[in-house]
Design a protein around this ligand. Structure first.
Ligand code: OFO
Length: 161
C-alpha cells in the first residue's frame, strides 16, 4: 500500500509526463508547419515516450494498490520561433522535470518507501539521457544552424530516430 504523500507526488508526476507529451506534440505540429519533417518526427517520438512514462507511473501506482488521481493537463506553450529556440525550451522543460523526479526520490526516502525509491531510479537515468541528447542537438544547431543546408541535414538526421 502506498503512503499518501508518495501516492500524491506520483500522481502529480503522471500529470507532468502527460503535459510533456502535450508540449512535444505542439512542437511537432510547429515543425511540421515549417516543413521540418525530421524535427517534427523527433518531437512526436518524444511525445510517445512521455506517454509511456506516464503510463508506467500509472501501472506502478495500481501495482502498489494506490489510488489514481488524474488532474487536468495544462495547455502547452506555443511560442515557437525556430529550431534552436524550441530545443532550448525543451532543455529548460526537461530540467524542471528532472527536479520533479528528484523530488519523488527525496519524498520516497523521507517516507521510507524503498520500492518507490528503486522504481524512480530508471526515471532519473532517463532524465540524464534526455538532457544530454537535447544538449547535443542544441550544440549542433548552434554550430551549424545558420547554414540552411546544414539545417536540412540535421533535419534528415533527426528523422532517423
Ligand atoms: Fe518523461 O521524460 Fe521528458 O519530460
Amino acid at each position: 500500500m502506498l503512503n499518501n504523500k508518495v501516492e500524491e507526488i506520483l500522481n502529480a508526476q503522471i500529470n507532468k509526463e502527460f503535459y510533456s507529451a502535450y508540449l512535444y506534440i505542439a512542437m511537432s505540429a510547429y515543425f511540421d508547419e515549417c516543413g521540418l519533417k525530421g524535427f517534427a518526427h523527433w518531437t512526436k517520438v518524444q511525445a510517445q515516450e512521455e506517454i509511456e512514462h506516464g503510463i508506467t507511473l500509472f501501472d506502478y501506482i495500481i501495482e502498489r494498490d494506490g489510488n489514481i488521481n488524474l488532474t487536468p493537463i495544462e495547455a502547452p506553450e506555443r511560442d515557437f520561433h525556430n529550431p534552436l529556440q524550441v530545443f532550448e525550451m525543451i532543455l529548460s522543460h526537461e530540467k524542471k522535470v528532472t527536479d520533479s523526479i528528484e523530488n519523488v526520490a527525496n519524498m520516497s526516502e523521507t517516507e521510507c518507501d524503498r520500492a518507490t525509491r528503486e522504481f524512480i531510479d530508471k526515471y532519473i537515468k532517463e532524465q540524464v539521457e534526455e538532457e544530454s541528447q537535447v544538449l547535443d542537438i542544441i550544440k549542433t544547431i548552434k554550430m551549424f544552424g545558420n547554414d540552411n543546408s546544414i539545417l536540412y541535414h540535421i533535419d534528415k538526421e533527426l528523422s532517423k530516430r
